[in-house]
Design a protein around this ligand. Structure first.
Ligand SMILES: N[C@@H](CCC(=O)N[C@@H](CS)C(=O)NCC(=O)O)C(=O)O
Length: 223
């Protein structure tokens, strides 16, 4: 096996229930692409075992292996790659358009600013002594909520018939907003505090290709 490549036929996704792999499953489903799922349980830290580190040296989920064997990590790059590889699904507006620029803005904000707070929330012991864990977690949650509040207030969300980042048009950028709005206590906090983000999340959850995946990843739960 050459480094950075795994032999495969179709898409192969390493993930776990409730993790970022849900976003990748959703994008592939919207693109009409089947995927072979491989469980890497975060419970018990299977993502840090040697066999998985040989595939994703960061020890993180998701990892998507493309049909040609190329290993993709980083959820943002993965979602953009799926959109690029399946243009018929129109998961992103055309390159150079204002709409695409906006989609990239909000996707990058979530991947670069929100996701690192999730790591602090999930693994506070990596960031300080054990007795600091509750404070690290609380701060991570508050900072994550601040990021979602920026989307609520500045992304031009309108709810109603046009609940998505690009109005009536769904794009792959809506997936991370919807999924991440459920994390770090978001299942209860988002509906109570961010009506426009909540309307977006529910509209994403209702999409026929996404609904079963939303359910299977436990995102419909209230807590
Ligand atoms: N930069 C990565 C972050 C992925 C990430 O943090 N994933 C979490 C699960 S949602 C994970 O694998 N955490 C396990 C760990 O940090 O040990 C991406 O965008 O894909």
């Amino acid at each position: 096996m050459r480094q950075g490549r795994v032999t495969g036929m179709g898409y192969l996704l390493y993930g776990d229930r409730g993790s970022g792999s849900a976003m990748v499953e959703m994008a592939l489903a919207e693109a009409g692409q089947p995927v072979d799922l491989r469980e890497v349980p975060l419970e018990g830290d299977h993502q840090l075992r040697a066999a998985y580190l040989a595939i994703n040296p960061m020890g993180r989920l998701p990892t998507l292996v493309l049909p040609d064997g190329t290993v993709m990590t980083e959820s943002l790059a993965i979602l953009l790659t799926i959109a690029d590889r399946h243009p018929d699904a129109a998961l992103l507006p055309p390159a150079g358009s204002t709409e695409r620029a906006l989609a990239l803005r909000w996707m990058t904000l979530l991947a670069a600013e929100f996701y690192p707070h999730v790591t602090r929330w999930d693994y506070p012991d990596r960031f300080g002594p054990k007795d600091a864990a509750p404070a690290i977690r609380e701060r991570a949650e508050a900072l994550g909520h601040d990021v979602l509040r920026v989307i609520e207030d500045h992304a031009g969300l309108r709810s109603g018939d046009a609940p998505f980042l690009l109005g009536a048009r769904f794009s792959v950028a809506d997936i991370p907003v919807a999924v991440m709005s459920r994390w770090m206590g978001g299942r209860a906090w988002t509906p109570a505090n961010l009506p426009r983000v909540e309307a977006l999340a529910q509209a994403v959850a209702r999409r026929p290709a996404i609904a079963p995946i939303w359910e299977r990843h436990g995102l419909a739960a209230k807590r």
